[in-house]
Ligand binder design. Structure first.
Ligand SMILES: Cc1ncc(COP(=O)(O)O)c(C=O)c1O
Length: 420
């Protein structure tokens, strides 16, 4: 990293973890907090997953889960790497087309698809996974022809876990209707889909693949599906402080590929259907960090609270139980250690970014900068427009590139119907 004369920083891709000077320069230039996005990491994750799958799976397709991160630069990178678009609404479908995807490069999931939207998807040659009998009947009424492929989502994935999504083909009446539709050629079902994030183990991927393969076979005995779509639910590499909080081991792309390849081979031998995977977390979690300064530290007899210029909404808008991985950006030293509650810049009591951050070295003080890692998945897409502007997203590179500008009052007015 080099600090330019105008105070901005020139970053190399190796500068993944900014030092204090670089972070301060970027915060001054682009506003606090800001996200740092690592396109190189996204590229490496995609390449890692593609090559792991290539080693074990004959035909495969990786989908980019749009809702996990809507950054246009990320989606363009994924598309350039041969990754399909995985969308769950008509808005996302249109966004995919706007960003250059053709319909045949899109996998359409989601629980609510109107007949008109289904018709558009089928005409465009997309892969459409229907979620309900109503959608399946709508597809039958549309009598699709051409390149479109239709799959059914089933509430499978992990044995014993229930899901409200998909068509429960274990229900006798539902099963009878699907089979009748197939027998009368009212619909053609080319593939089968499931998704769960209840489990993220490699073993669970073997289970979900086997379950959907068996389900397809029970609907169309002896017919090999065109595709099996096992959804998302993979993990990416995680920092040690997150790994320590997990109740399951961290898996690698090779572990997932091995489990999926083994099941595919045992079910289909060498004549395998196309395998579709749609990882959100698995490709994106470790692609972004958020940088935020501490604005005040309140020390009581038994409790220390740090207030930072960022919100839990920037870091984990769904407020899951896992504490984020936070680094204090400074040269560490000393042996003191203190547990700090890290709180945000909104006026909500629930705005807690970390309940008990162990800070070693000199006591935390106003002006220190925190780097909050692994916020590339479900952060910017789920962050509401609330109190403070949505932060800028900057990219590493020879010059820091603004991938998304910081929100302004004008954007706020646009969103909330200001009349000019
Ligand atoms: C259908 C579908 N595919 C893929 C994903 C991505 O999931 P994850 O981020 O757990 O990989 C989701 C997330 O909800 C989903 O609903």
């Amino acid at each position: 990293m080099k600090i330019n004369t105008n105070g901005t920083a020139t970053l190399q891709e190796s500068d993944r973890d900014l030092d204090r000077t670089a972070a301060a320069a970027l915060g001054a230039a682009h506003g606090w907090p800001f996200y740092l996005a690592d396109l190189g990491r996204l590229r490496a994750n995609i390449a890692g997953l593609q090559s792991a799958l290539a080693a074990t799976v004959a035909k495969r397709e990786v989908g980019y889960s749009f809702k996990t991160n809507y950054l246009a630069a990320f989606i363009a990178e994924a598309r350039a790497c041969g990754v399909a678009a995985e969308v769950v609404s008509e808005l996302e479908f249109d966004y995919a087309l706007d960003l250059g995807y053709s319909g045949s490069e899109v996998v359409v999931n989601g629980p609510v698809k109107s007949p008109a939207f289904l018709a558009r998807c089928l005409r465009a040659g997309a892969v459409v996974n229907v979620d309900s009998m109503e959608e399946l009947r709508a597809v039958a009424d549309l009598r699709p022809s051409g390149a479109a492929q239709v799959g059914i989502r089933v509430p499978a994935g992990v044995r014993g876990a229930r899901s409200r999504f998909g068509i429960d083909t274990n229900d006798p009446a539902t099963r009878a209707e699907v089979r009748r539709m197939l027998a009368t050629r009212a619909v053609q079902i080319d593939g089968i889909h499931c998704h769960t994030a209840v489990a993220r183990s490699a073993e669970s991927f073997g289970t979900r693949l086997r379950t959907i393969a068996e389900t397809f076979d029970s609907l169309r005995p002896g017919v090999r599906p065109d595709f099996l779509d096992v959804g998302g639910g993979m993990m990416s590499a995680v920092p040690e402080d997150i790994a320590l909080q997990l109740s399951f081991p961290v898996e690698t792309y090779a572990d997932y590929a091995e489990a999926l390849g083994r099941e595919l081979h045992s079910f289909y031998g060498n004549d395998q259907p196309r395998l579709i995977v749609e990882p959100g977390m698995g490709l994106l979690a470790d692609t972004m960090s958020l940088y935020a300064p501490v604005v005040s530290v309140k020390r009581g007899p038994s409790h220390t609270v740090a207030v930072v210029m960022a919100s839990v909404l920037d870091v984990k808008p769904l407020r899951g139980a896992i504490e984020p991985s936070i680094r204090v950006v400074r040269a560490d030293g000393g042996i003191d250690s203190e547990s700090v509650e890290v709180t945000g810049n909104t006026c909500m009591e629930i705005d807690v970014l970390h309940n008990a951050l162990e800070v070693t070295g000199p006591p935390l003080r106003a002006g220190d900068i925190l780097e909050i890692r692994n916020v590339g998945a479900y952060s910017i897409s789920l962050r509401p427009n609330f109190i403070e502007p949505a932060p800028a997203v900057l990219a590493l590179g020879p010059e820091p590139e603004v991938l998304r500008p910081r929100m302004t009052a004008a954007d706020f007015g646009h969103l909330y119907g200001r009349r000019t």
